[in-house]
Design a protein around this ligand. Sequence first.
Ligand SMILES: NC(=O)c1ccc[n+]([C@@H]2O[C@H](COP(=O)([O-])OP(=O)(O)OC[C@H]3O[C@@H](n4cnc5c(N)ncnc54)[C@H](OP(=O)(O)O)[C@@H]3O)[C@@H](O)[C@H]2O)c1
Length: 287
Amino acid sequence: MLSPIVAGVWRMDSWNWSPQERLRWIEQCLDLGVTSFDHADIYGGYTVEALFGEALALAPQLRARMQLVTKCGIQLRVGARPDTRIKHYDTSARHIVRSVEQSLVQLRTDEIDLLLLHRPDALMDADEVAAAFDQLRTQGKVKAFGVSNFTPSQFELLHARTPLVTNQVECHPLHRAPLFDGTFDQAQRLRTRPMIWSPLAGGALLTSEAEEAMRVRGLLTSIGAQYGVSAATIAFAWLMRLPSRPYPITGSRRIEAMQEAVAATRLTLDTQEWTEILVAATGRDVP
Ligand SMILES: NC(=O)c1ccc[n+]([C@@H]2O[C@H](COP(=O)([O-])OP(=O)(O)OC[C@H]3O[C@@H](n4cnc5c(N)ncnc54)[C@H](OP(=O)(O)O)[C@@H]3O)[C@@H](O)[C@H]2O)c1
């Protein structure tokens, strides 16, 4: 349903591009086979969906070639929302439905391919969410549903009421929790392929001077040299080696960075290379 590499647009408002430049970027992603775009209502302080929709309106025929993912469930305290006194989570049916309706308008589309609840919410009523999802599915407004940043038990709870197709979580060599906390075991068991945010640790993997990052980067670079690819490509390949078959989400504006991510779909790290990267990150051999 999603392309093997997904393009994340969290940072798009900071790119300061014209609608034509945004359209060009979208076209280049599509030409590379990166056809899925990861949004959230709140990106750019509720502005990014509209920036994307504005570009898409210049070439509406492209909509049929792409999958649009968006999220809801966070209420930010920004000028556009004067009623919000404090940042909070809202997974009420009323908010979910309203948020989707706004996303459809902003993205200038009739249908969202995948809607995610952005964060787990202690006040989430699973029956109420399931009813909202059913309504949106029946109305043809959303095709499929998932969650983001959920623990396995939070996922289990909602999945028992309504089918979820993914849990979008952070993972990279500097943040390995989902490898060991049951998140990816559950994804493999249920065949709900995870989506992975910040696959390059928000860039830190390639730029940070912290000891752990430098250790990992050195190894990514030397393994990359053997394959004739960049350190970034090896970082993506490390994630794509996982048997839960995750979809990494890029965060770069640069098409070359997108090409580096796509290059990872053409190589498979062997078990020892994969483990060397894990060991460089943890600083110790596996037990
Ligand atoms: N569900 C959630 O809670 C959640 C949270 C965070 C993010 N996300 C999603 O995940 C997407 C990706 O997150 P992310 O932006 O943190 O991803 P990332 O790929 O880990 O980081 C991208 C950042 O790293 C920089 N960078 C530095 N060197 C790079 C290199 N060699 N190659 C590529 N990038 C390099 C990029 O700058 P340049 O643009 O200059 O290349 C960009 O600012 C977001 O757009 C969003 O869709 C979801």
